[in-house]
Design a protein around this ligand. Structure first.
Ligand code: FAD
Length: 383
């Protein structure tokens, strides 16, 4: 328990950790093996502020502080990477609906989401537009009272399992005039689109999908926010997503630390516990120092957001450091386990795979460095 947290934040951390340890942790191994997510558990988690915390109180949300949300993400990451990824995406979709949705859109999509009855995807990335998201080519052209969608998205989390989503696309007027990048709500049932799973390494209980829009039609009323505001909406969500991912990575590092301590006390070689070897102690302490440093950077970014700062620099720093630290923590924890670390019966095998995710979505480590470099040096190395 960190003294950087106040009493309410500590209470939340204890309560959610207890719940995740008893109700969710027992589900992990079975669902990872089947590559399925237990969607029915989410409504219970929303009671703690997951997803609802990102939504304004006037729209039925809990409107939690960034610090409270950081605590929730840290605990989700300590328990299960697939859970952390899932609540992160659901929270981003709910937040965008709360910030930009019309009352009708909130009634159709947000209200049932907050009740755990609907789930959404968020699609920005394309095969030629990853880090360079502004290069996206998917279009939504106005035709009468509809938009016609054309293009492909890749790596879209949980598009299988969700019944609607937010598509970020180039907005074309009826005569083909480019109005900029906008966000659009797409319902799977009324506007069928192609969706297929892309086999992937980490967070195995999530799906990572390709979406194909080949003339898919959506009602004109499904434009989310102002024309041309899609990229701005996406970037606002990505900034919070960065902090969420950073704190999930801190939780994962914490899980690596706990696993390494537990295993090194149990495992005996050369007639004694391996915890007695100095080189094992070095690895365990390195995980602990990295985890605590990462945690404080994440908490600092959350406090900056709560103080009203735009905190892009702090969120980038947290995403960069916490993500890279999770990879190092998982590598060291696996090494402490020896051969057992590569066997699926020990959780470090999963931590190692999931840690690879921490440095890529929501802006790779390299992109975070370039964002911070631009702020420090006043010149952009991105283009
Ligand atoms: C598990 C997972 C879930 C995801 N979920 C979603 C989702 O739900 N919705 C969504 O829209 N997207 C999602 N993504 C996509 C994710 O946001 C992108 O993968 C990420 O932005 C990187 O884009 P890319 O994969 O195309 O890599 P690229 O941009 O092609 O990068 C390749 C390499 O080049 C480096 N690089 C790129 N540009 C520069 C530069 N200017 N200078 C230096 N180095 C550079 C990168 O750091 C990286 O090392 C997900 C990805 C993963 C892996």
């Amino acid at each position: 328990m960190s003294i950087a947290l106040n009493a309410d934040e500590q209470d939340l951390q204890l309560a959610v950790r207890r719940y995740l340890d008893t109700k969710i942790a027992p589900l992990v191994a079975e669902h990872e093996e089947r590559r399925e997510f237990p969607w029915e558990v989410l409504a219970g988690l929303y009671e703690f502020g997951y997803v609802r915390g990102m939504v304004a109180a006037e729209h039925g949300g809990d409107e939690l502080s960034a610090m409270m949300q950081a605590v929730l993400m840290e605990e989700a990451g300590r328990c299960w990477g697939s859970l952390r990824t899932t609540v992160n995406v659901q929270g981003m979709v709910a937040m965008l609906l709360s910030r930009s949705g019309t009352p009708e859109q909130r009634g159709t999509f947000l209200d049932p989401m907050l009740a755990g009855a609907r789930f959404g995807w968020f699609a920005l990335t394309e095969s030629e537009a990853g880090s360079d998201a502004g290069a996206l080519t998917t279009t939504a052209q106005r035709v009468g009272d509809r938009f016609v969608l054309k293009g492909r998205k890749i790596y879209i989390t949980n598009a299988l399992g969700s019944d609607f989503g937010i598509l970020v696309a180039r907005h074309l007027d009826a005569d083909g005039t480019d109005l900029g990048v906008s966000a659009f709500l797409v319902e799977a049932a009324e506007s069928p689109y192609g969706v297929s799973e892309i086999a992937h390494m980490p967070v195995r209980s999530t799906s990572s999908c390709e979406l194909v829009f080949d003339g898919t039609e959506i009602p004109a009323a499904n434009l989310l926010g102002e024309p041309g505001s899609g990229f701005r909406q996406a970037m606002a969500a990505v900034n919070i997503g960065r902090l969420n991912m950073a704190m999930g990575a801190v939780g994962l590092s914490q899980a690596c630390l706990e696993a390494a301590v537990r295993f090194s006390k149990e495992r005996r070689q050369f007639g004694k516990s391996i915890a007695e070897f100095q080189l094992i102690q070095q690895m365990v302490v390195d995980i602990a120092v990295g985890t605590q440093t990462a945690r404080l950077l994440g908490y600092d970014a959350a406090r900056a957001l709560d103080a009203g700062a735009d905190a892009r620099y702090e969120c980038s720093m947290a995403k960069y450091y916490c993500g890279e630290t999770a990879g190092r923590s998982a590598t060291l924890a696996l090494q402490v386990h020896g051969g057992a670390g590569l066997m699926e019966e020990f959780p470090v095998e999963r931590y190692f795979r999931d840690a690879r995710e921490a440095t890529i979505p929501e802006g790779t480590s390299q992109i975070q460095v370039l964002q911070m470099g631009r702020q420090l040096l006043g010149v952009s190395a991105l283009r």
